[in-house]
Design a protein around this ligand. Structure first.
Ligand code: SF4
Ligand code: SF4
Length: 399
């Protein structure tokens, strides 16, 4: 067999946490101890040899790299100290950038070198919006107490559409739309690569409804229940961080959706829906509880990662830390802005709120290139795995 190693890819893996891969001597202990690896399709031993050989095309189209939950059991038991769990993580990080769209943004978000530009983009956009809106005037203490940050971009005497909402929609909706389209492009490219490289019965053609019912929905349920995480032993503690984080995201999604509907649709007819909400408003309470769950979850993940790094002696990379810091920034600036509002500190409150908007826009815009991509790619990889297995069965679509 003529093997064409991709040396740049090998260098990349070494640079982002896979630097121990050359130690592997293919004993397969890792595949045996991995709680998620199946006997008929074991991993991560094969991924270790493919990585040593620089077989990039095989690795990025390998569903097993997404099925790995980076529990660390294999790294713990490897007799050569080769850290296959970290190698799998490094391959995934490469895959998210490879499938990312637009590629320039995906590359920018893949390393710390791009961070100044990543921060500068929302800072410039929001600052320009603030300038254009004519809202760069601090409110009176009375207005601040009554409206909070609802007049950050100023206000106009136009009952149908609040000025603040208009300007926030101007940059948040395009950011979210880019992220959603990017996630769609990434998943569709991944699916094509998985289908091309991994044998699937060509006559097996589920409809969109069948695919959702039989494969996608059960995968989503598995992810929500964290059932695969529970099988890991070395990093079993991670579930304590992942769960509150996931519920926080669901809570904040509900809050954001409601805010959009209340502000942008109902608010057109009933002006009081433009806000601000009182502290005891159920949506406000959900937002605050979600923010606390978000900070708690991310704190658990942060301490776990720091502990794992100090125990293994492996320094974390930008990809491992970016989402943690980003979520911290969103939660901390959001809570601080609210505390400053209660305290009546207008100027500093407005500055913190500005950075809160920057952090939220960064979260939207760069989400598909962060570790959050796990959630989307892993869900579809699990669905692909179920679909591929069923494709050789006879009657799953008839049930
Ligand atoms: S990574 Fe370690 S446990 Fe796995 S095959 Fe290589 S040497 Fe063996
Ligand atoms: S990190 Fe855990 S799930 Fe991933 S290959 Fe190793 S043992 Fe398996």
């Amino acid at each position: 067999m003529n093997i064409q190693p991709d040396l740049e890819f090998i260098r990349y893996l070494k640079g982002v946490g896979g630097d121990t891969l050359k130690k592997c001597y293919q004993c397969a202990t890792c595949s045996v101890v991995c709680p998620l690896s199946k006997d008929e399709k074991p991993f991560p031993r094969k991924e270790m040899i493919w990585s040593q050989w620089g077989l990039k095309e095989n690795l990025i189209a390998d569903p097993d790299i997404f099925l790995c939950h980076q529990c660390g059991d294999c790294s713990e038991k490897c007799p050569r100290g080769a850290k296959p769990g970290e190698v799998m993580g490094a391959i995934r990080a490469y895959a998210y950038t490879f499938y990312g769209w637009p590629s320039g943004l995906a590359k920018l978000a893949s390393s710390a070198k791009g961070l100044p530009v990543m921060i500068a983009i929302p800072v410039v956009v929001i600052f320009l919006m603030w300038l254009l809106s004519g809202g760069m005037v601090f409110p009176s203490a009375e207005d601040f107490a009554h409206h909070g940050y609802q007049q950050f971009f100023g206000h106009w005497d136009f009952r149908w559409y609040a000025k603040n909402i208009f300007f926030i929609v101007c940059f948040m909706v395009p950011s979210a739309a880019i992220a959603a389209f990017s996630a769609y492009k990434g998943i569709s490219n991944l699916w094509k690569a998985l289908a091309a490289k991994n044998m699937m019965n060509p006559d097996f053609r589920p409809s969109a409804i069948q695919f959702t019912q039989k494969f996608l929905w059960p995968s989503i349920v598995e992810i929500i229940q964290h059932s695969r995480f529970r099988e890991c032993t070395t990093n079993a503690d991670r579930i304590r961080g992942h769960r509150p984080l996931m519920y926080a995201f669901i809570g904040l999604l509900i809050v954001t959706t409601w805010s959009l509907v209340a502000n942008d649709i109902i608010g057109l007819w009933i002006a009081k829906f433009h806000g601000p909400m009182t502290f005891w408003n159920p949506v406000k309470l959900l937002a605050n509880v979600s923010a606390i769950a978000l900070l708690y979850g991310i704190w658990v993940l942060w301490t776990n990662r720091a502990k794992a790094e100090s125990e293994s002696g492996i320094t974390g990379n930008f990809y491992d830390w970016f989402l943690i810091w980003e979520i911290m920034a969103v939660g901390a600036t959001g809570l601080l802005a609210e505390v400053l509002r209660w305290a009546g500190l207008i100027q500093i409150g407005y500055i913190v709120y500005f950075f809160h908007l920057v952090a939220v826009m960064m979260l939207f815009l760069y989400l598909p290139y962060t570790k959050f991509a796990h959630l989307i790619f892993r869900t579809f990889a699990i669905a692909f795995d179920k679909c591929r297995e069923s494709s050789f069965g006879t009657d799953i679509l008839k049930k």
